[in-house]
Design a protein around this ligand. Structure first.
Ligand SMILES: Cc1cc2nc3c(=O)[nH]c(=O)nc-3n(C[C@H](O)[C@H](O)[C@H](O)COP(=O)(O)OP(=O)(O)OC[C@H]3O[C@@H](n4cnc5c(N)ncnc54)[C@H](O)[C@@H]3O)c2cc1C
Length: 639
């Protein structure tokens, strides 16, 4: 609750008692207006429990200063609005300033908190909504030159830019949105990598996971069966040797490949998977070098062992990987002076004699941008936010489906590649994510898979478990679609909440219900308390026995003990596995397998790495590993 902080001018007093906000007001010098500082609050991404605070400085009822704080807002998304909007409010004296696109929730919270601050000053916010002339982007045509031009400032584009710049190349990035990050900044879980220094800090307890994978490989039939059996043979030998003399944490490049190939139902390109696994360890080290430490290692869906690497905050709590890594990549761009043209949408690759030599783009104001370059890297992401394009890949059942993807993920880069002769692969492989929470405002929010790895369970509307929660996303999504109402409840407990800033965020946003006991929780979930209590008891017995006879789950973490928290989840469109065909040098390939000279691609825009189903943590690995390769290959090509 807001408190009255200090001396308040006579004019402000009466109103501030009724309004939301705090003030340190002073009498107006001429008696006609309000002066002082006034604070208002409003719920943003951090919810009511962690609201956005805006402090306005008023002189004679004119806004002359504005600051904002939003500790609950997502780094790299909401933080952009916190950084930019107060300046615009102070400069214009208006609270009708432009919101930051892509950060709508935080932007609206800033405006609501500013209105509340004005109310606490006894002023009418409506009087402060004068129109602000929008800073118009230039509609002029511009031509620029670079060694390497990159389409898309997501994880892959920024990684490629840093590497190409470090190889001495002049890089320009074009980004269709007003901020960097794309889907990458939304990544919550972490990054898969095998044989890292951080894995060795863990005690090995995942024998059942390895055995299960070897069994799956044994019974595997279909595409790339031979590759999978060969990998399993190698893993089996390594596993026997490790058991005879265990040293460090057991994982291997081949086990990473095997998990990825089995998870992808064998449809993956084995060469691309091999490169992903082989270069994952050095990718973790590279991130470390540029200031991003992914120290915490955990179990995740489809991985035999603990392999997903996650960042932790100053209190040691796990935080979202994208919100942590993306601002660090951006800082590295800035440190190197790499130019990013925002609100600039690429639409064409310029070709000359069969070589890619630049791109054409259009600004939000309609100006044409031509960038002539020695090499082009496409890093424009997938097409999960383009429902028409998803449906057109033979998926009529996904019409109108919710998506976890950022607004700019429309598949434009894939179309640009195809136009100059690039082949595509696996375009019909669309991944649903089983744990998407639809908030009261209608937004679709990904609930990280890590919670299941850390011990959460899924129950249906009847309070019963119905599937191995840490199985692959396609299988869990299918199972969920078959439950009453096509949704499930995800249940975590107090100790999981205490260890995770991510779960604390879900609670403060008001997405969860809670109960001291299973029966209390069941009341909030509108289900039979005795059934839920028995489900949790049965699960805790599985944890103790390290065996789940009913559903075959092999990762257990700790027993669930009250107080409990639960939230509803349902499947949503999450990842598009298909895209431009590349080789392991990130060169874009034609149908005949030859490379298009000077054209490279990395990240979700490409196909082949993930096959029919991407494992959680493999896309961040993909954009770092292949982003680095694309940057290196483009620089080498220009040598
Ligand atoms: C909610 C969510 C959570 C996820 N969590 C994880 C996780 O924990 N671990 C994991 O491994 N993976 C995760 N993923 C998947 C992963 O984040 C993405 O696959 C990956 O970030 C893609 O990176 P990218 O650089 O290829 O594309 P993006 O990060 O999507 O970047 C593409 C950029 O290109 C821009 N762009 C598009 N078209 C144009 C154009 N025509 N001109 C200019 N710019 C353009 C876009 O605006 C965007 O900024 C998650 C995805 C989502 C949506």
């Amino acid at each position: 609750m807001k408190k009255l902080l200090a001396f308040i001018s006579a004019v402000a007093l009466a109103a501030s008692l009724a309004a939301c906000g705090t003030s340190t007001a002073q009498p107006a010098s001429d008696g006609s207006g309000v002066s002082g500082t006034f604070t208002g609050e409003a719920a943003g991404q951090g919810g009511e429990g962690n609201p956005v605070k805006v402090t306005l400085t008023l002189e004679n009822s004119v806004i002359t200063g504005c600051t904002a704080e939003g500790p609950g807002e997502t780094d790299g998304i909401g933080s952009k609005a916190i950084d930019s909007m107060p300046g615009a409010i102070a400069e214009s004296g208006s609270i009708a300033v432009d919101t930051v696109s892509g950060a709508t929730v935080t932007s609206n919270a800033i405006l609501a908190a500013a209105a509340s601050a004005l109310e606490s000053a006894g002023l009418n916010p409506e009087d402060y909504k004068k129109e602000v002339a929008a800073a118009q982007a230039s509609a002029e045509d511009v031509t620029k030159t670079a060694d390497v031009v990159i389409v898309g400032a997501g994880g892959a584009g920024m990684t490629a830019a840093i590497v190409a710049s470090d190889a001495g190349k002049k890089v320009i990035i074009v980004e269709s949105q007003s901020m960097a990050g794309g889907n990458s900044v939304r990544s919550t879980g972490g990054m898969n990598a095998a044989k890292t220094k951080f894995q060795d800090e863990n005690e090995f307890g995942e024998s059942a996971g390895v055995e299960k994978t070897l069994k799956s490989a044994d019974s595997f039939t279909g595409t790339n069966e031979e590759t999978i059996k060969d990998l399993a043979k190698t893993v089996s030998e390594q596993w026997t040797a490790y058991q005879a003399s265990p040293e460090g944490y057991y994982d291997s490049v081949e086990l990473f490949e095997l998990d990825t190939m089995i998870g992808g139902k064998g449809l993956n390109d084995p060469e691309l998977v091999k490169t992903l696994a082989e270069k994952s360890e050095s990718a973790i080290d590279w991130l470390d070098e540029i200031g991003a430490e992914l120290h915490n290692v955990a179990a995740f869906g489809g991985a035999s062992v603990k392999r997903i690497h996650r960042p932790v905050n100053a209190e040691g709590k796990v935080v979202s990987v994208g919100a942590y890594v993306i601002p660090i990549l951006e800082k590295n761009l800035n440190d190197r002076g790499i130019e990013v043209l925002y609100e600039t949408t690429a639409n064409k690759i310029i070709m000359d004699g069969g070589k890619a030599v630049g791109i054409e783009a259009v600004t939000s104001a309609g100006g044409k941008v031509t960038i002539n370059a020695g090499a082009v890297i496409l890093a424009a992401g997938g097409f999960g936010a383009n429902n028409d394009m998803v449906v057109a890949q033979n998926h009529p059942e996904l019409k109108g489906y919710i998506t976890t993807n950022a607004a700019g993920i429309l598949g434009q880069g894939i179309d640009m590649g195809v136009e100059v002769g690039a082949a595509t692969v696996d375009m019909d492989q669309i991944q649903l994510h089983p744990t998407v929470h639809v908030a009261d405002d209608g937004s679709a929010n990904l609930i990280t898979e890590g919670l299941r790895g850390d011990g959460a369970i899924l129950v249906n509307a009847e309070g019963l478990r119905f599937y191995d929660e840490v199985s692959t996303r396609d299988k869990v999504s299918d199972a969920e679609n078959n439950q009453t109402g096509g949704y499930a409840w995800l249940i975590v407990d107090q100790k999981m909440l205490d260890a995770s800033a991510v779960i604390q965020g879900y609670v403060s946003k008001g997405w969860t219900v809670t109960g001291e006991t299973a029966e209390d929780l069941a009341k909030e979930m509108d289900m039979d308390g005795a059934v839920l209590a028995e489900t949790i008891e049965k699960w805790n017995a599985c944890v103790e026995a390290k065996e789940d006879a009913e559903f075959g789950r092999t990762s257990f973490a700790e027993k669930l003990e009250g107080p409990f928290y639960a939230l509803t989840v349902q499947p949503g469109i999450h990842h598009t596995m298909g895209g431009l065909k590349i080789n392991s040098n990130a060169e874009v390939l034609k149908e005949d397998g030859s490379a298009i000279t000077g054209l490279f691609a990395a990240g979700e825009i490409t196909g082949g790495v993930h096959g029919a189903n991407r494992l959680g943590g493999n896309a961040v690995a993909d954009f770092i590993v292949y982003g680095r390769i694309a940057g290196e290959s483009a620089a080498n090509y220009l040598k």
